[in-house]
Design a protein around this ligand. Structure first.
Ligand code: FEO
Ligand code: CA
Ligand code: CA
Ligand code: CA
Length: 686
């Protein structure tokens, strides 16, 4: 690449600050800026005064292949967790002494049962695991994943190389076993931080935009078990990794479901409204029981520049689409200019489904699951066979959602079953959650809840909105329901929502909301004014029926410094837990323990991953299992392979105000003189 005009040092100018100011938690201004377009500086999109919806809303909506025998690791199908069922080649050879020893090692390595001494809060520039455990870096930003991909050179990046290499800022991590010791690692690349990606005076502004655009998306990477039980490594002989894939900003996606083809989804390049290019700001996700991956398009609003159209202006505002300079991408791809393509933003904000086993498959955007700032989606099969997806809209004061399929799940890995299951997310009913407290005199935040239907694939349940209106402008639909007096509950940033395959309950991370108590009144589900440390919500479907519309709920965790009066740890003694702040992603081991990763520790130490039993005498015993390096957030996490392996992503290491490629706050994983977001695996040390 030939340097042309020098890059302005601050590609996306940061708001001037003094002395380490923070928006929320300990998150840097840089993270806020690059990840979500400084959403916290924008007006709160949910201005619904419940029981009263603005007239503008009325006006706006008035116009207008899994391999045979493969099982899913670490996720639940109809039969519950399959994580422990995956055959190990070592187990197959049991009978000799070596195998018995290996089997014993595996047993002691179970992350759900092995006691550990918690990691102390720290600010070191390293991954630190609990004593007796260790970790490996599996793959880093820029590592080649496709045949012919050039070796990564941060000083000679090109757009062509980026789509053959592992993308930036890994977030969701899924694992799908294929054959023998191999599996497919599926990873989201949520966003880019140009300050940390590019040395000064090396690239033109246009080159930076094109390379950054292509560092978004997803990767499918073949991995293989390592020698130490629980360890994994990348398969670097790409002849043995034919399913590897980079999904990026130019990858075609099919738009399906009831809103496909809607006028508001049509653009010059796609007059059908059925084919979108690329996926953006993919945050969390989930592996489906049928072996595909769901991924949430989250802060998609920040990528569009120009002037916000007057038509549907309230809808753009409700989604935080403010135009302006955006990321300036319209200079290299006109569709990111609102003046050129006012509908392009409507083609983002969906849950996407990817079949990682078939690199030639067209991934899909499911309109049936609604459009909002999707954190992710996790599917559980209800007793009646319906596929149920729980979802969070990660915004201050926004809602929890659920989808229940019309069709039923077909077990098995055969083609017929797969054909059936790949249609499950195209028809069904979309709901939004209402949580009601039972009063605070009992000393705990708990109560009852119901799922309010918004629409099915054939019928809208929201006055004045048809099915496509509800799906394209789901936030407006939920607000409008509030106007009827049956208000969904405005939550404190609902993030990952996932069912526990062992106890059947559903857990949601509610990261934080410093405007609770001001913009949003304190209520029993959101009880802390100025909530800086977040909660973990536990929901129990009535009669264990995930497809039903009623549930009970309680806050399992009110996070923070255990010495703070408002904190709560499931009733466990507060002097025996690790401090925890800003829960973000959740997962479960094969014993049903909850594992939580954090984003933006407001207590001043690095983020991490925590284990939390949810049943029995240790319910609520929060223990920090690992911490991530400076500036990073802990993402992923996924317990897999018989609960021997904890996969996790180290996202945005070194991200802090003033931190640059040339003068970074972190150099983790210390293979270069700049930081590289990476996926790791933690396991019992030998
Ligand atoms: Fe990408 Fe909601 O965190
Ligand atoms: Ca109560
Ligand atoms: Ca997240
Ligand atoms: Ca999860």
């Amino acid at each position: 690449m030939t340097p042309a005009q020098p890059l302005p040092r601050t590609l996306l100018p940061l708001t001037p600050v003094g002395g380490g100011a923070r928006r929320h938690g300990s998150r840097s201004l840089a993270t806020c800026h690059y990840r979500c377009g400084s959403a916290c500086d924008m007006p709160v999109p949910n201005t619904t005064e419940h029981g009263h919806v603005q007239d503008e809303i009325t006006k706006v909506v008035g116009r207008r292949r899994v391999l045979q025998g493969a099982a899913v690791l670490g996720v639940a199908g109809a039969a519950g967790s399959l994580g422990g069922l995956v055959a190990s080649p070592v187990a197959a050879a049991e009978g000799d002494a070596a195998s018995r020893a290996a089997a014993a090692a595996r047993t002691t390595a179970n992350l759900g049962t092995t006691p550990f001494r918690p990691v102390a809060p720290n600010t070191v520039d390293a991954v630190r695991t609990a004593p007796g455990f260790t970790h490996d870096v599996i793959i880093r930003w820029g590592d080649p994943i496709l045949p012919g991909a050039p070796k990564f050179d941060a000083r000679a990046q090109t757009p062509e190389a980026a789509v053959q290499q592992f993308g930036y800022n890994c977030d969701y991590v899924g694992l799908l076993p294929t054959t023998g010791d191999k599996a497919l690692l599926v990873v989201n690349h949520e966003y880019t931080n140009e300050e940390l990606m590019f040395p000064a005076d090396t690239y033109t502004a246009e080159e930076i935009k094109m390379i950054s655009m292509r560092n978004h998306g997803m990767s499918v990477v073949t991995v293989k078990r390592g020698l130490v039980p629980g360890s994994w490594r990348q398969v670097k002989n790409f002849k043995r990794a034919p399913q590897n894939r980079r999904i990026h900003i130019e990858t075609p996606f099919e738009i399906d479901g009831p809103a496909a083809g809607d006028e508001r989804l049509k653009t010059t390049a796609d007059p059908t409204g059925r084919e979108a290019l690329g996926t953006l700001n993919n945050c969390a996700g989930g592996m489906t029981p049928w072996g595909t991956v769901l991924s949430g398009e989250e802060n998609f609003n920040q990528y569009f520049d120009g002037v916000v159209p007057t038509e549907n202006a309230a809808a753009y505002a409700r989604y935080g689409i403010a135009g302006g300079t955006g990321r300036g991408w319209s200079s290299v791809d006109p569709r990111f200019g609102l003046g050129n393509e006012p509908n392009e933003p409507h083609r983002f904000g969906w849950v996407v489904e990817v079949d990682p086993t078939d690199p030639s498959s067209t991934p899909r955007k499911h309109t049936m699951l609604g459009r909002f700032k999707h954190e992710g989606a996790n599917v559980v099969i209800a007793r009646n066979g319906r596929a149920v997806a729980h979802m969070g809209d990660d915004e201050r004061g926004d809602y929890l959602y659920k989808f229940v399929s019309a069709g039923t799940y077909a077990p098995g890995a055969g083609r017929k079953a797969k054909r059936n299951n790949m249609q499950l997310l195209t028809k069904g009913t979309l709901y939004v959650a209402q949580l009601t407290g039972d009063g605070t005199t009992d000393g705990v935040s708990d109560g009852t809840g119901k799922w309010i239907p918004l629409c099915s694939d054939t019928e809208s349940f929201v006055d004045g909105m048809d099915v496509a209106d509800v799906l394209v402008f789901t936030r407006l639909a939920a607000d409008r329901v509030a106007a009827s007096g049956d208000a969904p509950t405005r939550m404190d940033r609902p993030e990952d929502v996932e069912h526990n395959p062992v106890n059947g309950k559903v857990y949601a991370a509610l990261t934080n909301n410093t405007q609770r108590g001001t913009t949003f009144p304190v209520d029993e589900p959101n009880p802390v004014a100025g909530n800086r440390n977040g909660y973990v919500l536990e929901m129990t479907p009535d009669r264990g029926n995930h497809a039903g519309t009623t549930f009970t709920w309680n806050l399992l965790l009110v996070c923070g410094d255990p010495s703070a009066a408002e904190t709560y740890f499931g009733g466990f003694p507060k002097d025996q837990v690790s401090p925890i702040s800003c829960p973000d992603n959740v997962t479960f081991d094969d014993r049903g323990n909850l594992w939580v990763s954090t984003d933006g520790n407001a207590l001043g130490s690095n983020d991490g991953v925590f284990r939390v039993p949810v049943e029995g005498p240790e319910r609520g015993k929060v223990q920090q299992f690992l911490s991530v390096p400076r500036g990073a957030e802990a993402c992923g996490p996924l317990i897999a392979d018989g609960s021997r392996s904890l996969f996790f992503a180290v996202q945005h290491p070194g991200e802090d105000d003033g931190s640059t490629f040339d003068a970074p706050y972190s150099t983790w994983p210390h293979t270069n003189d700049f930081p590289r977001p990476s996926v790791c695996v933690a396991f019992k040390a030998r």
